[in-house]
Design a protein around this ligand. Structure first.
Ligand SMILES: NC(=O)c1ccc[n+]([C@@H]2O[C@H](COP(=O)([O-])OP(=O)(O)OC[C@H]3O[C@@H](n4cnc5c(N)ncnc54)[C@H](OP(=O)(O)O)[C@@H]3O)[C@@H](O)[C@H]2O)c1
Length: 283
């Protein structure tokens, strides 16, 4: 799969260490152009979700690019409106059709406790939903399964009934926003941490410390953020719709942050705000 380094998931599946983000990338020409620019720049890992509304455009872009399916790692995530066994099973089929593929490389439960199912049985809804992902995994429709926005207590709910452990947790991680408890839990349980919003959804670029480091190292603030994430062993998912930025976001393998530079970034707090609480989110 391409030339990018990989992490290895618990089941042996290899996953490129950098993925291309597509949240808020409008469906249609914008999404198609962004994905093609990403493939040209060397991204082989694309992160989308049913709720982003752009899977069909991404599917078209991939098809038109001519890149072989087995050169790519494609992730999607379950719609918050589909937290039951049957709804989740059907939702995955729709993603496969929209992305024009017979399998996903990774399918995630997007949020553990969506508003539409936040009742006294939310734990059961979550367990039923996970069972749908397990069955899809066992049927070979997805090469790996995981979750997103999970805290340790949500993993404990799955653990009561799971037959397959989540292999990935995709959470918000950027300078100033590290959920240490969840990070430690995932690391202890061999659950790969994907870092979403590695630039705090664009809120990070004015930070003084990061700008000073960028200047010293002759890299962009974006590159500093991605390098920091990688050196922590996270899998960052930068989003852009601009080809020049997309390209530069892949150029993060030819420099290194020292221990003290890592520490300076670790010491930042709240510079781009904090993750949404999955148990009170309004969606
Ligand atoms: N699982 C979840 O619940 C969840 C939640 C949020 C995000 N995610 C995933 O993580 C991905 C990334 O997170 P995100 O979309 O929140 O934002 P992000 O990647 O942290 O930041 C994206 C913003 O930074 C800008 N940008 C990108 N590269 C840049 C560069 N080199 N220089 C200057 N500006 C740059 C982009 O602008 P332009 O696009 O205009 O270039 C955009 O405004 C998402 O797309 C999605 O795939 C998942």
């Amino acid at each position: 799969m391409g030339s990018m380094n990989t992490y290895t998931l618990e089941n042996g599946v290899k996953i490129p260490v950098l993925g291309f983000g597509t949240w808020q990338t409008p469906a249609g020409q914008t999404a198609k152009d962004a994905v093609k620019a990403a493939l040209d720049a060397g991204f082989t890992h694309i992160d989308t979700a049913e709720m982003y509304g752009n899977e069909a455009s991404i599917g078209e872009a991939i098809k038109e690019s001519g890149v072989a399916r087995d050169e790519l790692f494609i992730t999607s995530k379950l719609d918050n409106q589909a937290h039951s066994y049957d709804l989740a099973t059907a939702a995955l089929e729709k993603s496969l059709a929209d992305l024009q593929t017979d399998h996903l490389d990774l399918f995630l439960i997007h949020w553990p406790n969506p508003k539409a199912f936040r009742d006294e049985n939310w734990e059961e809804h979550l367990q039923d939903t996970w069972r749908a992902l397990e069955d899809a995994y066992k049927a070979g429709k997805v090469r790996a399964i995981g979750v997103s926005n999970f805290k340790p207590k949500h993993f404990e709910v799955l653990a009561q009934t799971q037959t397959v452990k989540p292999m990935v947790n995709q959470i918000r991680i950027c300078p100033g926003d590290l959920d240490q408890e969840t990070i430690a839990y995932c690391q202890a349980n061999n659950i790969l941490l994907e870092a979403y919003s590695p630039f705090g959804t664009g809120k990070i670029f004015t930070d003084k410390t990061l700008n000073a480091l960028a200047e010293t190292l002759d890299q962009s603030v974006a590159q500093i953020c991605l390098r920091w994430s990688l050196q922590h062993g996270f899998l960052p998912l930068p989003k852009s719709v601009h080809p020049d930025r997309i390209k530069s976001n892949t150029e993060v393998f030819d420099f290194e942050l020292t221990e003290s530079e890592m520490q300076q970034i670790d010491d930042l707090t709240g510079i781009a705000g904090y993750a949404t609480d999955p148990d009170t989110a309004d969606f």
